[in-house]
Design a protein around this ligand. Structure first.
Ligand code: AN7
Length: 357
C-alpha cells in the first residue's frame, strides 16, 4: 500500500509513483516533495450528508498550496531533462505559483501571464517571491493562454499549462493516493472544473489503477464549474466568464473534450454551482471541519451538497471531494465573506463582556 521509502520519508510523486509515470532521469527530477496529502473524514456534516461517507482530499497542503505541484514537478523535471532554460504559463494564479517555485528549484526562468487584477493575493505574492517574471495583461485567462501557446510555439520556452501532457501525468497521482488510502475507489469523486485538466488527470489515474488490478471499481466523476463560468455546462465557450472563484474563471477550457469523456465514461456529471453556493460551502468547511480551502476548491463540496439535495447520492456511498487549493491563497475573500473582528479596549472587564461572561 503506502509507497513510503524504507526510512518512511516521502520522496515526492515522481519517485513514489515511478512505475506509473513517464521515465525521468534522476538528476533532472525537480521536487519539493509534493503529494501525500491527507484525505480527511468530514465528521461534522451529518446533518447534510447523513450516512454518506464524505472525505476531503486536501490538496492545499502541497508545497505551494495547491494540486498544481503534482503536475509541475513532472512538467519542470521533463523540461529540465530536455535542456530547457525557461518555462511559461498562463494562469488564474495557482499554476503561476507552482511554475515559479519549481522553476526556481530547477534553476530555470519562469514567465507567467496573468489577468490583471484577477489573481488572489497569495498566489501573486508567490509568483513574485519565487522570482518569476509576472506579466499582467488586460484580458482574461483564455486570452492569456492563447498568447502563451503562440509564444512557446516559436521561442525556446517550455509551456507548462495542462496542455503539456506531463502535467496531467503528475496530477493523476492524487487518484492513486485516494485509492491507497481507501483500499478502493470512491463511489463519487467531486472536483472543481476550470481548465478541466484535473478531472481529466484523476480519471486517467483511476483507470490506470483499475487496469493494473489495484482497484476493482471506478468512481463517477463529478465536475463542478461556477455558474458564471460554466462553458462545459452550457455547451459553448463563455466570452466573459464571471465568478468570485477566480481560480476557475475560465471560459474556454483546454481539456474540454477530455473532461466530457471522463464524465461520460464514468457515468458522472458536469454541472454548475452558484457563487453563493460556493461561498456557503467554503465557510462551512472552515467553520465546521477546520479545513480552510480557497473558494474555487469549495465548488467540489458545493457540488456534493447539490447532488445530495437532488437525491443523487445515497447512504453508504463513499464521496471524495478534492479541495484543490489552500484558503490562505485568497485572504481578501476570506475577510470579505466573514464577520469583522471585534474591536475592544485593552481592558479585562470589557473583553469578558464581549466574550459573554
Ligand atoms: C484552486 O492556476 O487554471 O480544471 O491557471 O487553481 O484543472 O483547471 C487553476 C485552476 C481548481 C481548476 N481549483 O482546475 C491556473 C488554473 C483551483 C485552481 C482549478 C484551479 P483545472
Amino acid at each position: 500500500m503506502a509507497r513510503l521509502t524504507k526510512k518512511g520519508i516521502w520522496e515526492g510523486i515522481i519517485r513514489e509513483f515511478r512505475d506509473f509515470l513517464p521515465e525521468i532521469s534522476d538528476d533532472a527530477i525537480t521536487t519539493l516533495k509534493e503529494g501525500n496529502t491527507p484525505l480527511i473524514e468530514a465528521t461534522n456534516l451529518r446533518d447534510i450528508f447523513g450516512d454518506i461517507r464524505l472525505l476531503l482530499k486536501y490538496e492545499g497542503l502541497n508545497p505551494t498550496g495547491s494540486f498544481k505541484d503534482r503536475g509541475m514537478t513532472m512538467a519542470v523535471s521533463k523540461a529540465r531533462e530536455e535542456g530547457a532554460k525557461a518555462v511559461m504559463c498562463a494562469s488564474t494564479g495557482n499554476t503561476s505559483a507552482a511554475a515559479a517555485a519549481y522553476a526556481a528549484k530547477a534553476g530555470m526562468k519562469a514567465f507567467v501571464l496573468v489577468p490583471e487584477g484577477q489573481i488572489a493575493l497569495g498566489k501573486l505574492s508567490q509568483a513574485i517571491m519565487h522570482g518569476s517574471l509576472v506579466l499582467q495583461i488586460k484580458g482574461n485567462f483564455d486570452e492569456a493562454l492563447r498568447i502563451v501557446k503562440e509564444i512557446t510555439k516559436d521561442y525556446p520556452v517550455t509551456l507548462v499549462n495542462s496542455i503539456n501532457p506531463y502535467r496531467i501525468e503528475g496530477q493523476k497521482t492524487a487518484a492513486f493516493e485516494v485509492c491507497e488510502h481507501l483500499g478502493h475507489a470512491p463511489t463519487y469523486h467531486f472536483l472543481p472544473v476550470g481548465n478541466a485538466g484535473n478531472i481529466t488527470a484523476y480519471w486517467k489515474g483511476y483507470k490506470e489503477y483499475e487496469a493494473k488490478g489495484l482497484i476493482s471499481n471506478l468512481p463517477k466523476m463529478m465536475g463542478f464549474q461556477a455558474e458564471g463560468a460554466a462553458p462545459i455546462v452550457v455547451g459553448h465557450p463563455i466570452e466573459n466568464p464571471q465568478t468570485i472563484a477566480t481560480a476557475i474563471k475560465i471560459g474556454n477550457p483546454a481539456s474540454w473534450e477530455a473532461a466530457v469523456a471522463a464524465k461520460n465514461e464514468s457515468g458522472g456529471v458536469i454541472d454548475a454551482v452558484t457563487d453563493d453556493e460556493i461561498i456557503e460551502a467554503y465557510k462551512l468547511l472552515a467553520a465546521r471541519e477546520g479545513v480552510f480551502c480557497e473558494p474555487a476548491s469549495a465548488a467540489s463540496v458545493a457540488g456534493a451538497i447539490k447532488m445530495k439535495k437532488e437525491g443523487v447520492l445515497a447512504d453508504g456511498d463513499t464521496v471524495v471531494c478534492t479541495l484543490t487549493g489552500h484558503g490562505l491563497k485568497d485572504p481578501d475573500r476570506a475577510i470579505s465573506s466573514s464577520a469583522k473582528p471585534v474591536k475592544v479596549a485593552a481592558d479585562i472587564k470589557k473583553i469578558l463582556k464581549v466574550m459573554g461572561f
